[in-house]
Design a protein around this ligand. Sequence first.
Ligand code: FES
Length: 234
Amino acid sequence: MKRRDFTKVCTSIVIAAGAQSSSVLADTKKVSYQRCLLQGDSSGILTVDQITVGEPYLFFYPFVTTPCLLINTGKPLTTDENSQWRGGIGPDKSIVAYSAICSHKMSHPAKEISFINYRHDPITYFNHEEGKSVEQSGLISCCSERSVYDPSQGAKVLGGPAPHPLAAIELEYDDSNGHIYAAGSYGADMYDRFFDKFGFRASMEHKISDPKTLSNDKVSVVKLSDYTRQTIKC
Ligand code: FES
């Protein structure tokens, strides 16, 4: 479907809210990549009603080797008009996507293991702003060194050594058919550093010679638990 054919398109411009340094703030501009339709693993095109609340999903965008988390948080993610972050997409405005490459040392989901995950259940972590351990649900947690991000605030860093939010993936929602597209990336992405450090391994894992190959116009979405043999929780 071409862009002009949309009867109505809701766009989630999910930028790096809560960025912690001026260098990050300067880097919040959207980078447009190819527009990709999200599809299920084997059941054709993915629609929003197939995205289970609380279940973390994985897709690879904007490159065939760079992982992203797709999350239905189960609650409306809205913001005020003055904020750059425009919240979630879908009928309940509860669906967001972020790069799954941790901004600390780039831990990311691989077939063997993943230290980064979305936790719909409560976790306990040390919250920077509150200066104490808190229990909270609905967070992205990287168990490598315990960085914690809030997907309801543009992946703002709440705890741990992560220097800035996860890069956010721009999603577009076509409410005439429930289809979802990925269309770009916001914030301080880790793609170049990821290729430098993990490009060879990622090429092997994805059986592709160039890890910087852009994703196709259709990308498969799978449950994180179906992709990764072992998911570390902390
Ligand atoms: S790599 Fe994620 S906390 Fe260190």
